[in-house]
Write a protein that binds this ligand. Structure first.
Ligand SMILES: Nc1nc2c(c(=O)[nH]1)N[C@@H](CN(C=O)c1ccc(C(=O)N[C@@H](CCC(=O)O)C(=O)O)cc1)CN2
Length: 290
């Protein structure tokens, strides 16, 4: 079993970005700028946002965190988004999810200028990504592709089974793996927690690559995995004792895999690195750079 080290890969990507940014700044351009909107006091979101701002510093970006109380109205949030959309000094804007129940997340995402939508969640970017056009790609899915590329894990012609159909992970990674550009050309089955158990087992036991994002600790067990498979765990589950575990029963599954991501230290790290790649792209688009 080999570990897919998300920290190592993310550090390498961010160091590459920092070198490029240093060159742009030396030539007289301003730094890339990312704005993060955080609503409320959701503890995991606090930690993710902190790591995004820290990563901005490492990449040579300016990162601004805008905090709103839990009670902020949808209209107040939309007004702030419109203001940032109109500000040419901001290259990328994200609204950290989840949002409080009184705010419709899709309405918020739809309000972000697609040219600043570094999360790649806006329907324009999602559609372009699906059609194979240049677009911001959802960061977790993009990060998984970068991790597979970093470790030179072949995807072409492989049978991939994705478990979980969320808009931010399951759907985009299925599309990206199946597309005939980028990392793609895999044969992909998209399953989810409603998939009948027998059907799910039938698929996962034949899978060369399993990607799971269901938010259920230990969901993927060793009997579901073929010898030599690659297992990508997107889950981040906080147990009562404070421990963070993924959706894979890591201790029992690892012996069967050729490659596996740890949690923490796997896909989560790549999510933040891929967001930095998208921010760099937004900046390069703004200044017509390569
Ligand atoms: N606007 C967005 N909201 C959310 C996204 C997103 O991509 N855009 N994804 C998730 C949360 N997320 C990024 O925002 C995220 C999740 C996990 C990690 C991470 O580094 N995890 C660490 C462990 C975490 C810990 O110790 O607390 C790891 O896996 O090593 C980063 C970002 C939902 N919301």
């Amino acid at each position: 079993m080999n570990l897919l080290d998300g920290k190592k890969c993310a550090d390498s990507l961010v160091a590459d970005i920092a070198r490029k940014v240093a060159g742009y700044v030396e030539s007289g351009l301003r730094k890339p700028h990312m704005t993060v909107i955080l609503v409320g006091e959701h503890a995991p979101s606090e930690s993710y946002v902190k790591s995004k701002i820290k990563s901005c510093e490492k990449a040579g970006f300016e990162g601004a965190l805008l905090r709103f109380p839990e009670t902020v109205t949808e209209e107040e949030l939309l007004a702030k988004i419109r203001e940032i959309n109109a500000n040419p000094a901001t290259d990328g804007l994200i609204v950290q999810l989840p949002l409080p129940p009184h705010i419709n997340p899709q309405k918020i995402i739809n309000a972000i200028d697609p040219d600043k939508d570094i999360d790649g969640f806006h329907p324009t970017n999602f559609g372009k990504m699906t059609l194979g056009q240049k677009a911001f790609r959802p960061a977790t899915a993009y990060g998984i592709c970068k991790l597979l590329q970093f470790y030179e894990i072949p995807v072409w012609g492989k049978h991939c089974v994705v478990i979980g159909r969320s808009n931010i992970v399951g759907k985009p990674i299925s599309i990206m793996l199946a597309n005939d550009f980028d990392i793609g050309n895999a044969t992909v089955t998209l399953t989810h927690i409603e998939t009948p158990r027998e059907l799910l087992l039938d698929e996962t036991r034949r899978a060369d690559i399993i990607i799971v994002a269901v938010g259920i600790p230990g969901f993927v067990t060793d009997d579901m995995v073929k010898e030599g498979a690659v297992v990508i765990d997107v889950g981040i589950n906080r147990l009562d004792d404070g421990k963070i575990v993924g959706d894979v029963d890591f201790e029992n599954v690892k012996g069967k895999c050729s490659w596996i991501t740890p949690v923490p230290g796997g896909v989560g790290r790549m999510t933040v690195a891929a967001l930095m790649l998208n921010t760099l792209m937004a900046y390069q688009n703004n200044f017509n750079l390569d």
